[in-house]
Structure formats: structure tokens, C-alpha cells
Design a binder for this molecule. Structure first.
Ligand SMILES: Nc1ccccc1C(=O)C[C@H](N)C(=O)O
Length: 315
């Protein structure tokens, strides 16, 4: 069980209590280059204070209690918290709440925190790009936004010294904000406005609407896995299939696993469906021989490279 692993949480920023990651070390000997870190970004529509980094624990438990030999390719698990936007169901008193505890994040705070968390983890554990990045729901949006560079950062350049993962796994992901509202109803708009403002801001942050290439930021060796369960009551199949089409158009190695089981939140509460996806992702990485020789630098297009030297925020 996760309780059998050594657990520590540390802060990667000082503005918010939520600028924090949890780490469960398995075998972090630096010479083990062929092993991967498994890093998770939780969901909760950028705002739900009930969901945090510990929501990864059932998945960790399911991976380490299984008999599968994929365990031997894992260095450790980490789970990222990030600043949240206000949730109308959980109002806070601005007078009686310290700035560190006040949830008033607004785009691009969430994605900036993810970049900062990855930088901090890479500084501590030196795993470079030997990691699989999973995101659930809004966490899947955040994971894919890493590949969108400055577009998903309101024009700022991403930090040049953060290595992108070997694989990104989107689970029950939100990929097209306007599309969800159009298909599933105006209640979805309320989820997005608090984090991004009105709908004129949505296409820049929606991975399905990315107008540049998902391949240009990434090295030769890469993989996106899109997981979805037909029992998901909040995210529909077109959301996954639409994202798959965009990635395939950009020649990204893409694997869609659309036969998972469980409801939107039931899947992380159970842990086994996500453990199964982790297993398949590691097997896929191994069988395509992608692991060992990867470099930590990524190639960005010229715009992106110029931007990187210029307008970088301080982490
Ligand atoms: N309705 C959704 C549709 C899609 C993805 C998440 C949600 C959520 O409601 C998340 C969370 N429980 C929230 O209250 O913000």
C-alpha cells in the first residue's frame, strides 16, 4: 500500500498552501535511467477544494499491490497540487482567510504552477524526461497544455529548463471548453468562467483548439494516451475522439483506451482503472524502446525559442 512507501510533501512556491507536491519514493537511485516517475495532476474543474494530491493514493495502491512486473520500471510517484479558483459551493471569507489559504487563482496560475512543480521535482530527483504525466479531468487539460507552450501561458514562454515527459496520459479529460458547453449544456460554462473568464478566452486554453502542432514541442520519442470510461457521466466520448483526431493530425503517437470502467470520480476513488492505464502506458513505452536515450532538451519552433529567451516569468 502507499503507506508502505516513504511519503513526503514539499512546497514549490510560497504564495499558496496549494503550491505543493506529494512524493512517494519507490526506488530513486539515480543510475536507474530506464525507470520512470509517475506524476499525477488531479482534476476538479480548476476549483474543487475537496480534491487534492492525495486523490492519487488509491491508484498508487492499485499499482503497487498488483502482481504486474511494470512496478520494476517505476522510480516513484508524485502528485501535484496547484492554486485553485474560487468555488461558489465553498465560499471563503476574504477577511478571515490568509492569502496562502485564499483560493482566487485565475488562468494562467494553474498551468504556471504545474510547470513550477515539474521543475522542482526535476531539480530534486534529476529524472529529466523519464516520467509519465497523468492528468484527470482538468488535470488532463493541464497536462496537454504543457505541449501548447506560450499559447496556454497567455503569451509567456515556458521555462526552458523543464523537460517534457516521455508520455502524457489524459484521463476523462476536458479538451474543448466550448464544445462541452455546446453539447452538454450551459452548466459547464460556470465551471470554466471562474478559471478562464468568458468564452472569448477558451480556445487558447483548449487543447483541441490548438492551432500549432502538438509535435513541435516534443522530441522524437513521445506518446499520448487518452483514457475514458463509457460510464463517465460528465465527459462524453466526442471529447476524447476529438482530441485523438487532433493529435493524430499532428503525427503524435496516440493510444486511445476508451473501454475503462467507472464514473468520472469513481475511477480515481477506486484506483484500479488508472493503474491499468499506467501499466499499459509503461508497456507501450518499453515495447517501443523509447526509454533510455532520451534527451532532456526539447525543440521548440522559432517563435517559441525567441519567446523563451525573452518573456519568462520567474518561478
Ligand atoms: N461538473 C464537472 C464536469 C466536468 C468535470 C468536472 C466537473 C466538476 O463538477 C468538478 C468538481 N466536482 C467541481 O465541483 O468543480
Amino acid at each position: 500500500m502507499a503507506s508502505s512507501l516513504s511519503y513526503a510533501a514539499f512546497h514549490y512556491g510560497s504564495d499558496s498552501e496549494l503550491q505543493r507536491v506529494g512524493v512517494w519514493e519507490v526506488d530513486t537511485v539515480a543510475s536507474e535511467k530506464s525507470k520512470y516517475w509517475i506524476i499525477y495532476i488531479h482534476g476538479g474543474a480548476w476549483r474543487d477544494p475537496r480534491i487534492d494530491h492525495k486523490s492519487f493514493i488509491p491508484t498508487i495502491d492499485a499499482v503497487i499491490s498488483s502482481q504486474d512486473e511494470c512496478k520494476s520500471s517505476i522510480s516513484g510517484f508524485a502528485s501535484v497540487d496547484y492554486r485553485l479558483s474560487p468555488h461558489p459551493g465553498f465560499p471563503q471569507d476574504p477577511e478571515g482567510t490568509t492569502p496562502r489559504d485564499y483560493r482566487n487563482a485565475f488562468h494562467p496560475d494553474h498551468i504556471k504552477d504545474v510547470w513550477s512543480a515539474l521543475r522542482s521535482l526535476q531539480e530534486r530527483y534529476a529524472f529529466g524526461s523519464n516520467y509519465v504525466l497523468l492528468g484527470h479531468s482538468a488535470g488532463a487539460t493541464l497536462a496537454l497544455q504543457l505541449l501548447m507552450g506560450s499559447t496556454a501561458l497567455k503569451g509567456s514562454a515556458p521555462p526552458a529548463d523543464v523537460a517534457l515527459p516521455a508520455a502524457i496520459v489524459g484521463l476523462e479529460g476536458i479538451y474543448d471548453l466550448q464544445g462541452l458547453v455546446d453539447r452538454l449544456g450551459p452548466e459547464y460554462a460556470a465551471l470554466f468562467v471562474g478559471a478562464f473568464g468568458d468564452s472569448s478566452n477558451w480556445s487558447d486554453v483548449s487543447p483541441m483548439k490548438f492551432t500549432k502542432s502538438f509535435r513541435s514541442a516534443w522530441s522524437e520519442e513521445h506518446l499520448v494516451v487518452l483514457g475514458w470510461s463509457p460510464e463517465d457521466e460528465l465527459i462524453d466520448r466526442p471529447e476524447i475522439e476529438g482530441m485523438q483526431k487532433v493529435l493524430e493530425k499532428d503525427n503524435v503517437n496516440t493510444l486511445a483506451l476508451t473501454d475503462l470502467s467507472g464514473t468520472h470520480d469513481g475511477m480515481w476513488e477506486d484506483g484500479r482503472p488508472f493503474a491499468q492505464v499506467i501499466r499499459k502506458t509503461l508497456n507501450h513505452l518499453k515495447s517501443s524502446g523509447l526509454s533510455i536515450t532520451r534527451q532532456s532538451s526539447q525543440i521548440f519552433d522559432n517563435d517559441e525559442a525567441n519567446n523563451r529567451q525573452g518573456r519568462q516569468w520567474r518561478l
